[in-house]
Design a protein around this ligand. Structure first.
Ligand SMILES: [Cu+2]
Length: 143
């Protein structure tokens, strides 16, 4: 093989390998943190209840807009993200809510009983940062 052919083969191999690797994660800015303003861990609430998202060390931007040091909130209800799920776009279903409009609070309706809540910040393509920027898991009791 000529050098050019070898080079083309190497380029082709890299291109083919990309889909097998997860979509690129965005590096987390230092000191970024996401947290619940309300409710607090252990709170008892009446459904529907307001959930307020806090973020420090970076900004909120809508999904689809690539802006440095920013992301959008995801509320994870009665679930956690596996190490693999923390490297790919966050699912969108009843347990994984996206706030791609840049919202910083929402009303949540849940049946009576104990529930867990966690906030995970996603980049403009809904992929968690590396390392992930996520709140502690909190437990609330719905009356
Ligand atoms: Cu999202």
């Amino acid at each position: 093989m000529s050098n050019a052919t070898v080079r083309r083969s190497v380029v082709l191999a890299i291109v083919l390998a990309v889909p097998a690797m997860a979509l690129a994660q965005t590096a987390a800015p230092p000191n970024a943190a996401v947290y619940f303003i309300s409710p607090k861990d252990g709170d008892t609430v009446t459904s529907p209840f307001k959930v307020q998202f806090g973020l420090s060390g970076m900004g909120v931007a809508p999904a689809g807009v690539e802006k440095p040091n920013s992301g959008h909130h995801h509320l994870i209800i009665d679930a956690t993200l596996s190490p693999e799920e923390l490297k790919e776009p966050i699912a969108s279903d009843a347990k994984h809510l996206h706030f791609g409009g840049g919202q910083t609070e929402t009303m949540v309706t849940l049946p009576p009983g104990q529930h867990t809540l966690q906030l995970v910040l996603g980049d403009w393509t809904h992929i968690p940062f590396n390392p992930p920027i996520m709140s502690p898991v909190i437990t609330v009791t719905v009356k």
